[in-house]
Design a protein around this ligand. Structure first.
Ligand code: RP5
Length: 365
């Protein structure tokens, strides 16, 4: 059987990465940047790597305690910022919560934020005879045992655990946001008390001419922000089904049967080989003290023949769809919705360090 040249390149790249501990160095550099939050993270990372190169210290070691990428998950450790912001245009004023006041472990006896749940959530209560039934009923006390059985991924390494044991509940029986205060109680625009589970497809390619790495983003209809075309996991649905369904709904609103068939064919191939890059809590402007977003993000990198051809047309919750340059110099990229920039950075750093992107970049020529 003839050898697959890309496969050989891939193996070659992987052993090169391993021989030079590149993933370890890159992971350590990204972790350091996340801890220090410099204004220009890429300059910080470049300088960190140069210092490592010039020092005699051994290569940084990844923690073995964490499944997945083998290091503590940076997204989970950060304080949320969007969850304390007024970014969602529908939200009433939150109580201001500073970084220092955010963690529940910090005493704040007079903390009394507004309680607010959007009427669209109340109208879709699963116990009502009308509506779409995607929301919990309003009385959280009656749901206590059910809530305790639900799964949260806001844990070390994104390992699923029951809320009982993993999440605190307040005196009224409401689950407490695992990161900390948000300046608002109730559920806001989120249907579920506690974790609301989503799935995010990070679809990348190298632009055929500029060779710039790009990612598929949609413009959300609810707030006009650009975002990964992800969405909520439907009841009984697996995340791998959600991730493909959401991508198809939001980017595959094509007009002709021929285009739709081509889109489906390319998507079936592309989504057969994704890599889970993150599972856990994500910072979202809809979060409250008692309801928050958790996601499972997958990375799908297009080989050239797919990246060039994938027809895209916005649909469902998306106003527009486009390929966006993955670049800190790009304002839209810097300002992506929720935690989406961090998710894409995580996916791209990992794929690059494993040598998975290089082969398709060479394939651009
Ligand atoms: C974000 O909300 C997740 O990362 C996911 O992309 C999104 C799901 O919410 P909808 O797009 O369904 O509103 O936090």
């Amino acid at each position: 059987m003839a050898a697959d040249p890309l496969r050989e390149l891939d193996d070659d790249a992987t052993s090169y990465v391993a021989a030079h501990a590149l993933e370890d160095y890159l992971s350590a550099a990204v972790d350091a940047a996340i801890r220090s939050k410099p204004e220009n993270p890429l300059t910080f990372i470049a300088e960190y790597l140069l210092r490592q190169r010039d020092s005699d210290a051994p290569a940084p070691q990844r923690s073995l305690s964490t499944p997945g990428r083998g290091r503590r998950n940076p997204l989970k450790l950060e304080l949320h910022a969007k969850a304390r912001s007024q970014e969602n245009p529908d939200y009433p004023q939150r109580l201001a919560v500073s970084d220092e006041q955010c963690r529940w472990t910090v005493e704040w006896p007079s903390y009394m934020p507004p309680v607010w749940t959007h009427k669209v959530v109340l109208a879709n209560d699963r116990d009502l005879p009308t509506g779409y039934k995607w929301a919990d009923p309003p009385d959280q006390r009656q749901l206590r045992s059910e809530l305790e059985e639900r799964t949260t991924f806001a844990t070390e390494g994104g390992v699923g655990e029951c809320l009982r044991g993993a999440i605190d509940f307040d005196d009224e029986g409401s689950p407490l946001n695992p990161v900390g205060r948000t300046g608002m109680r109730g559920r806001g625009l989120l249907g579920k008390w506690g974790p609301n589970h989503a799935a995010d497809p990070i679809v990348t390619r190298f632009h055929p001419e500029t060779k710039q790495l790009q990612v598929v983003v949609i413009q959300r209809k609810d707030n006009g922000q650009w975002a990964i075309p992800g969405g909520m996991v439907d009841a009984g649905e697996s995340v791998s089904v959600t991730v493909k369904r959401e991508f198809a709904e939001e980017t595959g609103n094509l007009r002709t049967e021929e285009e739709r068939l081509e889109f489906k064919r390319l998507l079936d191939d592309l989504f057969a080989n994704g890599k889970q890059v993150y599972r856990g809590y994500v910072d979202d402007p809809r979060a409250t003290d008692n309801a928050w977003m958790e996601t499972t993000a997958f990375h799908f990198h297009c080989p050239r023949e797919v990246g060039d051809k994938l027809p895209l047309a916005a649909g469902d919750d998306a106003g527009q769809v486009m390929w966006l340059d993955v670049s800190a110099d790009n304002e839209t990229y810097r300002n992506l919705y929720g935690a989406h920039r961090a998710l894409i950075d995580e996916a791209v750093f990992g794929a690059w360090a494993r040598g998975e992107l290089q082969a398709t970049m060479i394939g651009c020529d």
